[in-house]
Ligand binder design. Sequence first.
Ligand code: GLN
Length: 527
Amino acid sequence: MTENNELIRSSAAALAGKLAAREVSAVEVTQAHLDRIAAVDGKVHAFLHVNTDEALAVAAEVDAIRAAGGDAAGELHALAGVPIAVKDLIVTIGQPTTAGSKILEGWHSPYDATVVKRLRAAKMPILGKTNLDEFAMGSSTEHSAFGPTHNPWDLDRIPGGSGGGSAAAVAAFEAPLALGTDTGGSIRQPGAVTGTVGVKPTYGGVSRYGAIAMASSLDQIGPVSRTVLDSALLHQVIGGHDPRDSTSLQDPLEDLVAAASIGNVAGMKIGIIKELHGEGYQAGVENRFNESLELLRGAGAEIVEVSCPNFKYALGAYYLIMPSEASSNLAKFDGVRYGLRVLPEEGPMTIERVMGATRAAGFGDEVKRRIILGTYALSAGYYDAYYGSAQKVRTLIQRDFDAAFAKADVLISPTAPTTAFKLGEKLNDPLAMYLNDVATIPANMAGVPGLSLPGGLADEDGLPVGVQLLAPARQDARLYRVGAVLESLLEAQWGGPLLDRAPSLTDPALTGSALSDAAASSHGGSH
Ligand code: GLN
């Protein structure tokens, strides 16, 4: 266990180094993570499916190539043999894809998403598929049809959403890397509340082919990791043009790994977004945010204030555009083509009635709520008033970003207004749940890239706080540059990675029962 503990706590970059130096085999690395999943996932529930045999087979292949000297011949990608978890919204051959929904029960994709093909080309063992809010609709993973994921910092709390499974898997050392999708914050907000790193790339920077669409004009696939450099390494694997995605950018991918290694921010202008902090943000979130600003200032960055007055309409416009697109995208789940089919209990067996019975039984409440909202916003009499106005707001948000980026190279804000809330706390209050995404949604509305990294622990509750960096479209490299510098300044202050301080994870002999003890003690509020 001790040796495994060292492996599961290693960053992807460190694992790649150990593999290249033949200090460890890819099978050992993959097995260590599978063992960890077996030990803790009963409590965390980050995974919906564990892909044991295939992951080990890919790892064995990497070891065989290396043993035959193939690495020297350039046959192995730098991340070959480094395992990864994949959000279950992304389709994979050979494993189920559920989108967290009963409606896809039993469905197997006949094709791989482009990002999955790229992981396979790099020979990264895929550990399994991670839990999510149904069709990525939510901020807590509680809307999964298969039960919630638990935050490894406190098992009674949410791991964020919709990509809570990917974030929790990485935070609980079940995987060094994961893929997420971000439509309104589903990579960044889970990163914030689990003390991990998450990146939403520029819209079009990573192929969406094979990501089950929620809102196509907002969705992006992106990396989840424990370090900024690891996200850059993964981004480099999955990014770049894909002819199968008509919105895919043509530009060659920048060298993001080099950007994460520059090591200074001197002379860069960093803009605080006036509208995205202060009132409505938890005090501990605000305090950690201010500390990050001080560190960046100390490192020679110029901190300026920018105003984005239309951001206050972003959430409202998002909850018209996103459900509108989702209502159309989800029309294909009709009981005929994919997964579940439910026959009406009585009456005529028409196609409409089969669709109705299937969708009534297959979709959860949140999905139904959004389909109804979306079809209403798109209906003939209301299209201009709702959908049309929301699209105009979207343009105003883009203009706010343009004006802000004329004054600053990178923008900064807290990632989420609060730390992880308790499971169940906001489940019956959709508006309170939606508010958790106020700071992340503007980036999706404008297509700009965003990165969330751990900013420390909130004073009130000892839970992780996220700091968000935003850059102009196609300038993802700036996020990695500033993110890596801020991360190293913060870790120097903390004396190591933030995750070393997760109460349920500090025990080196951690087992499933140790985790449940941690959960039991957190009932007493012992943070
Ligand atoms: N939490 C947001 C929502 O519920 C964002 C979801 C996402 O990014 N997939 O829509």
